[in-house]
Every structure is written in structure tokens, then in C-alpha cells.
Ligand binder design. Structure first.
Ligand code: CAA
Length: 380
């Protein structure tokens, strides 16, 4: 067993780190303070190949696989968590299209998603105002009308919704989990109404909106896969997406560690720098251990995905551990800053707010435990 990254993987990490430091980190505070979407970063992210990392080259992607995706995304997240989730949801959407859509549809949609055409990205629309965790309770309906479907319903918490070239919409074409189908709706489709931006606690640079679909007409060729497999598509996409949120959490946690270490070096108490105080050194030890465990769970889930092995349980373990470890990390790092951690002059205040949602979106910690316990009990 070898825990080292390969030379290529290390090169990618170095490249992503440099890109993140030079292009992503400088605007992170501004994006947070002003709620500005990272429009200026969409083309540069595409140039690095970071928008189509899970899409074959033949379909316009960079086809780097999940391990590389997770490693690169953690670097972006360390610089700016808002930019990371923008990138993550685009990759999630693109990978679902690459896996399940017809060749004709892949050829139409994926070049847009991988290139960030027009500064736009992909969005994934599963949750609805009345259901998030219980995804199968969705009510959005797609009714057949000749060669078309007419879609009506409401979607909630849609990341990238205002800037979407394409929205992957899960809608009901029948009863139960086998009565859900997936459709690609163009962002400018008539009847697709973008609601007001949510006033979130953190990730203020990312875009989160409700979407209403009022008699949105899409040709049947925009259905992704067969009728009735939409729930499976969504669950499979989320298995991959949960690795992405694990990576995002790792990046935020690492940023918190860097901020804490810097503050501990600068600040003195009782005649010595904070980093000489054992109570605080122990906090750093716990953060470091948590982040390393996160990294290993992330790499395991990503590597299983790359090998085409079952990885639902590994993805949920990665996501629940990473998000909770990240929240512990930002909490300890803020505590180390004392009162200064509670004001906006220090980056840890932003990191603390950005971290919290990692325990909620792409499946709450409780849903990850449902998935894990089902798998553990099945396997025992
Ligand atoms: N991969 C493929 N298929 C899967 C699957 C997986 N990981 N998990 C379940 N399925 C299939 C099952 O095999 C089953 O198929 P059949 O009907 O053919 O047998 C079907 O899906 C139904 O499965 P379940 O009975 O397990 O379904 P359930 O209703 O009990 O739900 C759940 C399971 C895990 C709780 C699921 O509802 C879930 O993950 N909920 C959380 C939803 C979520 O994560 N939402 C996030 C929104 S997106 C977001 O946040 C993105 C963003 O913008 C940042």
C-alpha cells in the first residue's frame, strides 16, 4: 500500500494551488462581503480543465477522474469556498450528463458545461420547497405532449440557478422512485423563472435561488436516459457530488488551520506566543488529525469511483466525516483567535460561516448516516 500521490497527481495539486493562490484567493473576501458571483473565474477555471474534470475528452471534458477532481477542488476551496461549490455543482451536473445522456445530447450540452460558455455553468435541480432530504417526495411534473414534455413545478436551493446554461431537472413522469425522470432544461427556456437570491449565512459568493417551472416545454431528446431512471441518476450524481463536498470541507478546514497557525505565531499571551501554549497546540493536533482522516476518506471514495467500484457508502462516510471535521476545525480555529475571530477583520469569521452548510447540502449528516447504516447493516 502506497499513500503517496503520483507525480502527475502532485503536479495537478501544485498547479491548482498556484492557480487558487493567484486567481481565486485574492477576491474571496470581496465576493463574501458583496455577494458577488465568481463570473470572472468561470473562463479561467475552464482553461484549467476544472469545469469538465469528470467528462471524457471526446465530449469536451478534461477527463481527469475523481481523485484529481477531489484534489483540485480542495485547493480551490481553501482559497474560496464559494468558487469551489460553483465549480463542484457544474462538475456534478456535467458528470451526470456524461454518464447517462444520449450521444446527441452529450454533444449539445457538454461543450457548454465544460467551457463555461458565456460565463454560465450547470445547475442540478432535485430539492423542492417541501422536500430536501426526502428527495423522492418531489412533485414537479413532466407531462408528455407529442414529442415534447411540459414541465411544471418548483425547485429550491438551486446552486448556480441564475447563471445556468443548463439545469438538470428531476421531475415526476409516474409514481414512486421509478416514476422520476431527468431533463436538461436550457437556462433561457421560456417559463423557467429564477427567483430572488437567498440571503445565506455563508458562501455568499455562490448563487442560490429557487426556480419555478411554468409550462416549460422541452423536446423528448432533452430527457436524460430512459423515463423512470431520474431518481437513480440523481442518487448516482450525489454519490460523486458528496466526494466534492468532502473536498470542499477539506479545503475550508485547511484554510482554518492556516489562519489559526498564523495567529498563534503573531499573538502573545502570558509572555509567549500562542503556539507555545499546550492547550492550543492540542487543538491544532486535533484539527490536523481530523483533516488527515478526511483526506484519506476522500481519496478512498474518489479512487473507488474512478475504478467503477461500489462507493455509495464510502462517499457518505467521506461527506459526513469531512463536513463535521471541517466544522470542528473552524470552531477551534475561531476559538484560538479569541474575540478577533468573531469580527470580520480576520478570515476565520468567513470560514466559520462558509463551513456550516457542508453538513446540510448534498445530503445532511443525518441522511449520510441513513445511507451508511443501511450499507453497514447489509454488509454485516
Ligand atoms: N445510486 C444509484 N441508485 C440508487 C442509489 C445510489 N446511490 N441510492 C438509491 N438508489 C436507487 C435504489 O436502488 C432504488 O432503486 P429501485 O427502485 O430500482 O430499487 C431507488 O433509488 C430508491 O432508493 P431508496 O429506496 O433507498 O430511496 P429513499 O427514498 O429511501 O431515499 C435517500 C434514499 C438516501 C434518503 C435519498 O432520498 C437521499 O439521498 N436524500 C438526500 C437528498 C440530497 O442529498 N439532496 C441534495 C440536493 S442537491 C444539492 O444540495 C446540490 C447543491 O446545489 C449544492
Amino acid at each position: 500500500m502506497n499513500f503517496q500521490l503520483s507525480e502527475e497527481q502532485q503536479m495537478l495539486v501544485d498547479m491548482a494551488r498556484q492557480f487558487a493562490a493567484q486567481q481565486v484567493a485574492p477576491g474571496a473576501e470581496h465576493r463574501d462581503q458583496t455577494g458577488t458571483f465568481p463570473s470572472d473565474l468561470i473562463a479561467p477555471l475552464a482553461e484549467q480543465g476544472f469545469l469538465g474534470m469528470l467528462v471524457p475528452e471526446a465530449d469536451g471534458g478534461s477527463d481527469m477522474g475523481y481523485v484529481n477532481y477531489a484534489l483540485a477542488l480542495a485547493e480551490i476551496a481553501q482559497a474560496c469556498a464559494s468558487t469551489a461549490v460553483t465549480m463542484a455543482v457544474n462538475n456534478l451536473t456535467a458528470s451526470a450528463v456524461a454518464t447517462f445522456a444520449s450521444a446527441e445530447l452529450r454533444a449539445e450540452v457538454l461543450p457548454d458545461l465544460c467551457s463555461g460558455a458565456g460565463g454560465q455553468v450547470g445547475a442540478f435541480a432535485l430539492s423542492e420547497p417541501h422536500c430536501g432530504s426526502d428527495a423522492a417526495a418531489l412533485r414537479t411534473k413532466a407531462e408528455r405532449d407529442g414529442d415534447d414534455y411540459i414541465i411544471n413545478g418548483a425547485k429550491q436551493w438551486i446552486t448556480n440557478g441564475s447563471y445556468a446554461s443548463w439545469v438538470l431537472v428531476m421531475a415526476r413522469t409516474g409514481e414512486g422512485t421509478r416514476g422520476i425522470s431527468a431533463f436538461l432544461v436550457p437556462g433561457d427556456a421560456a417559463g423557467l423563472i429564477v427567483g430572488p437570491e437567498e440571503r445565506k449565512m455563508g458562501l455568499k459568493g455562490s448563487n442560490t435561488v429557487p426556480l419555478t417551472l411554468e409550462n416549460v416545454r422541452v423536446n423528448q431528446r432533452y430527457r436524460v436516459g430512459d423515463e423512470g431512471i431520474g431518481f437513480r441518476i440523481a442518487m448516482d450524481a450525489l454519490d460523486g457530488g458528496r466526494i466534492g463536498i468532502g473536498s470542499q470541507a477539506l479545503g475550508i478546514g485547511r484554510a482554518a488551520l492556516v489562519e489559526a497557525a498564523r495567529y498563534m505565531e503573531e499573538r502573545k499571551a502570558f509572555g509567549q506566543p500562542l503556539n507555545r501554549h499546550q492547550a492550543l497546540q492540542f487543538m491544532i493536533a486535533d484539527i490536523g488529525t481530523d483533516l488527515e482522516a478526511t483526506r484519506l476518506l476522500m481519496l478512498k471514495a474518489a479512487s473507488l469511483r474512478d475504478q467503477g467500484e461500489p462507493m455509495t457508502q464510502a462517499a457518505s462516510m467521506c461527506k459526513v466525516y469531512a463536513s463535521e471535521a471541517c466544522c470542528r476545525a473552524v470552531d477551534s480555529a475561531l476559538q484560538i483567535h479569541g474575540g478577533y475571530g468573531y469580527v470580520q477583520d480576520y478570515a476565520i469569521e468567513r470560514l466559520y460561516r462558509d463551513a456550516r452548510v457542508t453538513r446540510i447540502y448534498e445530503g445532511t449528516s443525518e441522511i449520510q448516516r441513513v445511507v451508511i447504516s443501511r450499507n453497514v447493516l447489509k454488509g454485516s
